[in-house]
Design a protein around this ligand. Structure first.
Ligand SMILES: C[S@@+](CC[C@H](N)C(=O)[O-])C[C@H]1O[C@@H](n2cnc3c(N)ncnc32)[C@H](O)[C@@H]1O
Length: 195
């Protein structure tokens, strides 16, 4: 990055409070390397077990996919199509190493996403909590779901998470769930259908 580019990125991050720039910065300085730690494996695997139960071998849309960590734990037969979306160009730049004829990664804000495909599952692992009005988001995302399709949402348990689940449950009903607990904390993962 040139000096001019880093000043522009700093200005967008600090002064304009540009969210994409903030995530790019965090990925660039290694803040999210923690997501690759072995302590995270179990919460990914809990979501994958639910995915296999409700959308095995299906068409998957992953929102807030970061560096393709979910895909890296999936077996090739777990999906026929996988589209990963993230607001961070830095994260998606790294995810592209895992793209192939079935897998596409793209940079987009989940609140403005436009796609001309539909899916059997739309997955949010540790990402829906970063946007407001999740109930509106999920209603809006119904257009990406095939008939019978599901949302799979995972959220780390903290003092905000109960309120986020309440908001989600106002528009979507859980049909299956799993909780992962270890030394780092607890993650709840739910499979949901719109009410
Ligand atoms: C804590 S990370 C989780 C990454 C990965 N899904 C996981 O489970 O490890 C949150 C991710 O959400 C992405 N994100 C945050 N706000 C977003 C938005 N408005 N649209 C798309 N992605 C977003 C971030 O760039 C980041 O990659």
């Amino acid at each position: 990055m040139t000096f001019f580019q880093s000043i522009r990125a700093w200005f967008r991050r600090k002064i304009l409070r540009d969210r994409a720039e903030r995530w790019n910065h965090q990925y660039a300085i290694g803040r999210w390397e923690v997501l690759k730690a072995p302590a995270e494996y179990a919460r990914f695997d809990a979501c994958i077990a639910l995915l296999r139960r409700h959308a095995a071998g299906g068409r998957l849309l992953e929102i807030g996919c970061g560096e393709a960590l979910l895909q890296r734990r999936l077996a090739p037969g777990d999906y026929q199509r996988l589209v990963g979306v993230d607001i961070s160009a830095v994260a998606i730049g790294r995810a592209q190493a895992f793209a192939d004829h079935r897998v596409r990664y793209l940079v987009a804000d989940m609140q403005k996403l436009e796609l001309d495909e539909t899916f059997d599952a739309v997955i949010f692992t540790e990402s829906i909590n970063y946007v407001p009005r999740r109930h509106q988001l999920l209603r809006n995302y119904a257009r990406f779901l095939n008939e019978g399709g599901v949302f799979i949402v995972s959220i780390y348990r903290n003092k905000r998470s109960a309120g986020i689940w309440t908001e989600i449950h106002s528009v979507a009903a859980p049909i299956d769930r799993a909780t992962t607990t270890n030394e780092v904390g607890a993650w709840d993962c739910e499979v949901l259908r719109l009410r």
